[in-house]
Write a protein that binds this ligand. Structure first.
Ligand code: NOJ
Length: 556
């Protein structure tokens, strides 16, 4: 396998709005990020992914871009951004930005021009179609609820949007659109950006007939991903994108890809794939409800472990995936993937260990290194996320009570991951001197960075040891390129695997159960490299509840 500069890196996602506010407006900003670069360096971070910081009306928190060349004033200025690039470079860190090019904002000048003249040049930057007998052109339902088609007043025409109506989809079949987007991407790469996280990219290929599908809900609509599933040819567009941009800069690209056809994995992340890597969402998809969050199935330990193992075994034949516990679209992993008895410091360390030592590129989401949990939510009015508000309505329409619908949102909402980072136990957890744009977690006075900073037993200190181990001279190679081998699959509460390379074998074993387990002596431990056990690690395969060990070993 050809070695790439990003293979052995650790990435960290920043959701700028919630990271650190330095001007008291209640919204995180670029100077806040710059002030924490040493914190990130100490955490072992090499690559920082910034969720969108472009100019935006923030209908979908910045995933609706009004100007691809401008920094949102909420976050700072282009000078701040340049300073961030310079400061990261000094620390030998790289920055990637979110690239949101399936759609833009309805406030983008292209869309404004399209609306002003729905027959003109800019109309062809979007998908604008005539209605059918006074109805939308097809029955697709957007990801955020309601029809994918929004009427253009006074015209009998509609425009297409797979997300909110304020996020019109860009017409990728139009070479002028592609040309504009490629020029913009190259402009950022010329500035010194190391690459991009690429948003919702599988959706760029449309079926230009925009057919209707069998309704799958009481609204008579059908989920728009069904069109994505049914259409071929996204690969041609993605190759075109890569060849006009990323390829020339040796950029690191990580695709947000759902609904990929399995046989296409090599085309996506193989040696010369469309992207460097894509996120592994296999465990997260286990809780996809058929109709929404309200019928989301619970995730059993067994299914979670199987999903990860299957994915690791499949992907290692082809390339690298990016491993996450959580991101800005998911609830906190500690609250989601750990059983009730493990939702504590030891559990957070255990979950972090088994995730970060998988084969692939680990992405830590801000606050994960502190063991942040979901928040307690008391009213639907506390949420800001457009998707959460839609899911609340959907749950009510399906017959749930207000209390039940709130409980669904409290469990599944993306806002769980978007609450501000608690830096201290002071006012507003040191996040802002103003009013935070989203409530702080109720546990912020106990769970915050300052209280963990100098405590060797804290989750933060443990994460530092974990990343240091992964990147150490001695073990970097096996954790980067070592084969993934499942272990103890017959043990119902144990998540265990080996990373194996040449003569080296490292066992990672964690006890997600309530009871102590003594593992079969399949392996002989030579040396324990890391463990979350409070006392000095012993060379033993007896794991108490929430214990995790990482050990150099050999087959017995
Ligand atoms: C995926 C992003 O991660 C999410 O936050 C956003 O709402 C949609 N794409 C639309 O851009």
């Amino acid at each position: 396998m050809l070695r790439k500069w990003w293979h052995d890196k650790i990435a960290y996602q920043i959701y700028p709005k919630s990271f650190l506010d330095t001007n008291g407006d209640g919204i995180g900003d670029l100077p806040g990020i710059i002030s924490k670069l040493d914190y990130l360096k100490a955490l072992g971070v090499d690559i920082i992914w910034l969720s969108p910081i472009y100019q935006s009306p923030f209908v979908d928190q910045g995933y609706d871009i009004a100007d691809y060349y401008a920094i949102a004033e909420e976050f700072g200025t282009m000078e701040d951004f340049d300073a961030l690039l310079a400061e990261t470079k000094k620390r030998d860190m790289a920055v990637i930005m979110d690239l949101v090019i399936n759609h833009c904002s309805d406030k983008h000048i292209w869309f404004q021009k399209a609306l002003a003249d729905p027959e003109g040049e800019y109309a062809d930057y979007f998908y604008i179609r005539d209605g059918k007998d006074g109805c939308p052109p097809s029955n697709l339902r957007s990801y955020f609820g309601g029809s994918c088609w929004e009427p253009i007043p006074g015209t009998g025409k509609y425009y297409f949007h797979m997300f909110a109506k304020e996020q019109p989809d860009l017409n990728w079949e139009n070479p002028a659109v592609r040309h504009e987007l490629y020029a913009m991407i190259n402009w950022w790469l010329e500035k010194g950006l190391a690459g991009f996280r690429i948003d919702a990219i599988i959706n760029i290929k449309k079926d230009l007939d925009f057919p209707s599908f069998a309704p799958d809900g009481p609204d008579g609509l059908a989920a728009c991903w069904k069109m994505v599933d049914s259409v071929n040819g996204v690969g041609d567009l993605l190759e075109d994108l890569k060849n006009h941009t990323f390829r020339h800069y040796n950029a690191f690209t990580v695709g947000e890809v759902f609904n990929m056809k399995e046989a296409e994995l090599p085309a996506f992340i193989g040696e010369d794939g469309h992207f460097s890597t894509i996120f592994d969402f296999s465990a997260h998809c286990l809780s996809n409800g058929e109709h929404g969050w309200y019928d989301a199935p619970p995730i059993s330990f067994e299914n979670w472990r199987r999903a990860i193992f299957e994915s690791q075994l499949k992907v290692q034949k082809v390339g690298f995936e990016a491993n996450i516990i959580e991101n800005h679209d998911e609830p906190r992993g500690v609250s989601r993937f750990l059983p009730a008895w493990a939702q504590n410091d030891a559990g957070a360390k255990m979950l972090g260990t088994v995730s970060l030592l998988l084969r692939g590129i680990p992405f830590i989401y801000q606050g994960q290194e502190l063991g942040m949990t979901n928040n307690n939510w008391h009213s639907i009015d506390e949420f800001e996320d457009i998707n959460t508000l839609d899911q609340y309505r959907t749950a009510l329409e399906a017959g749930l009570s207000e209390e039940e619908a709130l409980a669904v949102c409290a469990r599944c909402s993306r806002d769980n991951a978007r609450t501000p980072i608690p830096w201290t136990d002071g006012p507003c957890a040191g996040f802002t001197t103003g009013t935070p744009w989203l409530p702080l977690n109720e546990n912020a006075s106990a769970l915050n960075a300052a209280s963990q900073e100098n405590d060797p037993a804290s989750t933060l200190s443990y994460y530092r040891r974990l990343t240091a181990l992964r990147k150490s001279q001695e073990w970097r190679e096996v954790f980067t390129y070592g084969r993934f081998e499942p272990a103890y699959e017959d043990e119902p509460a144990i998540m265990a695997y080996c990373r194996v390379m040449d003569g080296t074998r490292v066992l990672v074993a964690a006890n997600f159960g309530r009871d102590t387990v003594t593992l079969r002596p399949d392996y002989t431990i030579k040396r324990v490299l890391l463990s979350n056990r409070p006392t000095e690690p012993e060379n033993t395969l007896t794991l108490k509840s929430c214990d995790v060990i990482v050990a150099e070993c050999c087959l017995s």
